[in-house]
Write a protein that binds this ligand. Sequence first.
Ligand code: SAH
Length: 265
Amino acid sequence: MTDLSRLSPVFSPGEVWLVGAGPGDPGLLTVHALNALAQADAVVHDALIGEGVLSLARDGAVLEYAGKRGGRPSAQQDAICERLIALARAGKRVLRLKGGDPFVFGRGGEEALALARAGIRFRIVPGVSSGLAALAQHGVPATTRDTNHAVILATGHCAADGESVDWEALARAGAPIVLYMAVANLGGIAEALIRGGLAPTTPTLVVHGATTARETLLEAPLAQLPSLADGGAIASPAIVAVGAIAAFRQAIAEHVQAFRQAVGS
Ligand code: SAH
């Protein structure tokens, strides 16, 4: 078999690699991510990085949790950036491991900027974003020639209070919408999309824990999302897809075998 380590550069001491770990299934790591795990001295990871991925870190690597999810100790973004810089200056090979793709709603941009300003050498390794993986996992293409020539990725959670997506304008754009971090505000978002012109019957797909052992799938018309969300039927982390593509699943559902079933994880 090919020696996969030859496909990635050497991870030098004092460098930071800002790496996407994909949606959860370790099989969806990139070769660069796998090689980074095999070489890193310190792995600074988010809450959404599962055991299956972390267990691939080299023996002796120090794992540091730096997540920001509700209910867990919260690390401020500045403190995370300072920690990455301090580890790199101490001569460590620092793997900053983020869920999905580091530059899709992942604050990877902020961390890259902080590293650049501090004069730290770093690499950025893209990952499989959960929004696209959650769809593909269930046989839903993000685009088809019959339904859409554009797709919108949007966050349901905004950094600053009062700063929000213009949902009615997104509805008018007519492209399917893939929502990240939307569980807490889902009722309000669904209502705003309907006000913006989307039919209450618009198909939606909610995938919780995509590509992990706890994955669940829920399909419902858009108008039902507020009551499902209020009733606690939708838990985070979840991807919510809104639009005609969501209905595509029915056409091939019986035949789709997700990889997580194949490997029994
Ligand atoms: N950079 C990440 C997104 C980080 S924001 C990416 O590209 O995927 C965190 C949000 O991602 C969660 O609130 C959820 O909406 C989504 N998410 C991450 N992993 C997920 C998974 N396995 N299943 C469903 N949603 C997931």
